[in-house]
Design a protein around this ligand. Structure first.
Ligand code: FES
Length: 290
């Protein structure tokens, strides 16, 4: 009878609200109807797996557990850290508690990525997912990189258009497509982890490039020491680290101190994030990838 009583009470309440012309309450009722009706119609039509129906069911904790979505949500919590270090993390597969991931970007061939995987990803998955058994790191597409290896100069891969390869369309263009190969990070020591003070910005030289490093909540971060605002490309020396925000001294643009993304109200390019690793207590930065 609880259900019938609630329905009767709701009907009385709606009647009162309509009589009194309470716009905000009526808007609320309208929105509830907009959310529930299409989802309920799909369920009645036998489509409970439709994303709209699942969204409603999950609001009430009634959706069947989608292990892939749960794994993605858990990985989302650690992605800012990995992206903040120039890497990328892709969920490839979930099966019987085994989660397969692929790390790429600066993580490919990075000595620190194996440690990151075990300590960070596995720990987060174990904490969040009671069905989790183990994580498997798949090789990046195209194979694993040699650790910390970089070509002296960047070779170019020349691809001839079809017309140059004997195609019979009669085209005479001589244009060549040039695709730049990705650089592999070359890590250079910039000091020790312990000597880098928490919460302060420090400019260091990495093979002739100025790099800004700092430590936040025990994790090191590195950026190219240039503010990209409006193409000004002024150095960030003298910037302020306020909590987890870097504020440029020139025009006060604010950047997330982990991801480098703009966090003030103006749109704009992000700081160029550089891979940084702690290896045997030393801080190592790869400035050649940005
Ligand atoms: S140069 Fe950084 S805010 Fe203008």
């Amino acid at each position: 009878m609880e259900f019938d009583a609630a329905v009767a009470q709701l009907a009385t309440l709606v009647e009162t609200l309509e009589r009194e012309g309470d716009d905000r309450a009526l808007l609320l009722l309208g929105l509830m109807d907009d959310i529930h009706r299409p989802a309920l119609e799909l369920i009645v039509e036998g489509q409970p797996d439709h994303p709209v129906a699942l969204a409603l069911l999950s609001m009430y904790g009634l959706a069947p557990i989608d292990e892939r979505i749960e794994a993605e949500e858990a990985l989302d919590e650690i992605r800012p850290y990995i992206e903040g270090h120039g890497g990328e993390l892709e969920l490839v597969d979930v099966q019987d508690g085994v989660i397969s991931v692929r790390m790429s970007g600066a993580c490919n061939g990075c000595a620190a990525s194996a440690m990151t995987l075990r300590r960070g990803i596995e720990g987060k998955l174990r904490e969040r997912l009671d069905w989790f058994k183990e994580v498997v790191a798949l090789e990046p597409e195209g194979g694993a990189a040699e650790p910390h290896e970089a070509p002296a100069s960047l070779p170019l891969l020349h691809i001839e258009p079809l017309s140059q390869q004997g195609a019979t369309n009669g085209a005479t263009t001589t244009e060549l497509l040039q695709i730049e190969k990705l650089r592999r990070p070359v890590f250079v020591e910039v000091g020790t982890f312990d000597d880098l003070a928490e919460g302060t910005l420090k400019a260091v030289d990495v093979d002739g490039r100025s790099v800004l490093i700092h430590k936040l909540d025990g994790e090191p971060y590195a950026f190219v020491n240039v503010c990209p605002n409006a193409g000004a490309r002024l150095p960030l020396d003298g910037a302020k680290l306020s909590g987890s925000v870097i504020v440029c001294p020139w025009h006060n643009c604010a950047y997330d101190a982990r991801s480098g993304k703009r966090v003030d109200d103006e749109p704009g390019p992000a700081l160029a994030v550089l891979p940084i690793a702690v290896i045997d207590g030393t801080l190592q930065v790869a400035a050649n990838v940005a």
